[in-house]
Design a protein around this ligand. Structure first.
Ligand SMILES: Cc1cc2nc3c(=O)[nH]c(=O)nc-3n(C[C@H](O)[C@H](O)[C@H](O)COP(=O)(O)OP(=O)(O)OC[C@H]3O[C@@H](n4cnc5c(N)ncnc54)[C@H](O)[C@@H]3O)c2cc1C
Length: 395
């Protein structure tokens, strides 16, 4: 097994780094690392810059408009984005719905949706979770009944991130209530402007409006917007959820937070720099650095194994990355908040205008509170432990 980057891969990493340095707009750079979520305008602006370079759909093969990166290049590319940090290419479009459309969609769907998914002309959100269906997603109850050449959709989705700014939602619906629960589900693309859709905000503890409840009342969706076969949606959802999970540890994001915590600890206006002499703080920094190195090596081992196996199946070991990656995101966000001390506590972004230490410490509390969700979304930690127990340990 080869865990070091080749000279070509190091050259690629330097190319990505230089591209970010030269092209990330100054106003977005000023927010980098200081906000839990970038605004839609920032995500779109950076996405378009990447798209012009041919890099927005970093996971896609060339024939569908992607750059044709190798798995290692994909990993390097994503980690450099997180390390900077830049807004990420929209995961709902690029990692999730895009690959489903080019793998299972009809030619007409590919022609209509893929270019707009790639360019972010159409922003997608993910309508999977429901009040009674999260970890047990196949328990979902939102129904779609056929009427002529349309489905009539009724039900409720919850935790739908960015639904309030989305143009489309990819959505799991029940099309056969009598079938076994995994067998009666279909995968629909729903235009968010369709009458009958109501989006209500959920404000999370970081003060952000990022997630929503989405109510669907007699929403008419053309049959032409169903991906693949009726009642086979669970297969497409499994493909989507398992697709490309090696970047899930988000090592670069945590590394960026540790670096920022260290620079705050070295002293800013309003803080005296005494943390650098604190043995407890130093040990936490070192422990995190070691954990991040171990995560990076684990991610590269999984990529290497997938490359050898080359069967496209998700590796249960990626659950280790999700589990430990989420815990490390939380630990690094806690370190950042502790280093910022009282200056990091305010959630109010306007305090940055006070400048000095407030500007340096800005966002630490929101980032810490936002990171609490990392062990829930994308499959909770308990679910990852179940997968590790069965899929790796054979328990
Ligand atoms: C910030 C945020 C953004 C999100 N964005 C989206 C989105 O855009 N689209 C979307 O569809 N969903 C989204 N989600 C939903 C997310 O996928 C679910 O919250 C997650 O899958 C957990 O489901 P749940 O909330 O229903 O909790 P539950 O499944 O009810 O779990 C409750 C607790 O029980 C534990 N548990 C459940 N089953 C088991 C088991 N078998 N063994 C052991 N423990 C178990 C869980 O680990 C958890 O601790 C988001 C969630 C958050 C917090």
């Amino acid at each position: 097994m080869d865990l070091s980057f080749s000279p070509e891969e190091i050259a690629f990493r330097d190319e990505v780094r230089a591209f970010i340095r030269d092209n990330l707009p100054a106003d977005i750079r000023a927010k980098a690392g200081r906000v839990a979520h970038f605004d839609k305008a920032d995500v779109v602006a950076w996405h378009r810059i990447l798209d012009a370079r041919g890099w927005a759909a970093s996971h896609w093969p060339r024939e569908h408009g992607g750059p044709g990166f190798s798995p290692v290049q994909r990993y390097i590319f994503m980690e450099e984005m997180l390390r900077a940090p830049t807004p990420e290419p929209l995961s709902f479009n690029i990692n999730m719905v895009g690959p489903v459309v080019y793998t299972f969609g009809s030619d007409a769907q590919k022609a209509r949706f893929l270019p707009r998914i790639r360019s972010l002309d159409w922003w997608f959100c993910q309508g999977f979770s429901e009040p009674g269906a999260g970890s047990d997603l196949a328990a979902l109850r939102t129904s779609a009944r056929r009427e002529g050449d349309e489905y009539i959709v009724n039900g409720q989705k919850i935790w739908t991130s960015t639904a309030h700014v989305a143009d489309w939602m990819f959505c799991l619906v029940r099309t056969d209530a009598a079938a076994k629960k995994q067998e009666g589900i279909s995968f629909l693309l729903i235009d968010m402007r369709t009458p009958g859709i109501t989006v209500r905000p959920i404000i999370t503890i970081d003060g952000a409006h990022h997630t929503n409840e989405v109510f669907l009342d007699d929403v008419r969706v053309p049959l032409a917007n169903r991906i693949g076969e009726e009642n086979k949606g669970w297969d497409y959802a499994k493909f989507l959820l398992g697709n490309e999970r090696t970047g899930i540890a988000r090592v670069g994001l945590s590394q960026g937070r540790v670096s920022r915590a260290v620079s705050l600890a070295c002293g800013i206006e309003g803080l005296d720099g005494s943390l650098t002499d604190d043995q407890g703080f130093r040990r936490r920094v070192i422990d995190l650095e070691i954990e991040l190195k171990a995560l990076e090596i684990t991610a590269l081992r999984i990529i290497d194994r997938q490359r050898r196996r080359n069967d496209g199946r998700p590796d249960p070991a990626s659950s280790v990355l999700k589990l430990r990656g989420a815990e490390t995101q939380q630990a690094s966000a806690q370190l950042l908040l502790d280093a910022a001390g009282r200056l990091g506590a305010p959630l109010d972004a306007d305090l940055a205008a006070l400048g000095g230490g407030f500007a340096e410490a800005q966002g630490a509390a929101a980032i810490h509170l936002g990171a609490r969700a990392a062990t829930i979304y994308g499959g909770s930690s308990e679910i990852q432990k179940n997968i590790i127990a069965k899929g790796i340990l054979g328990l």
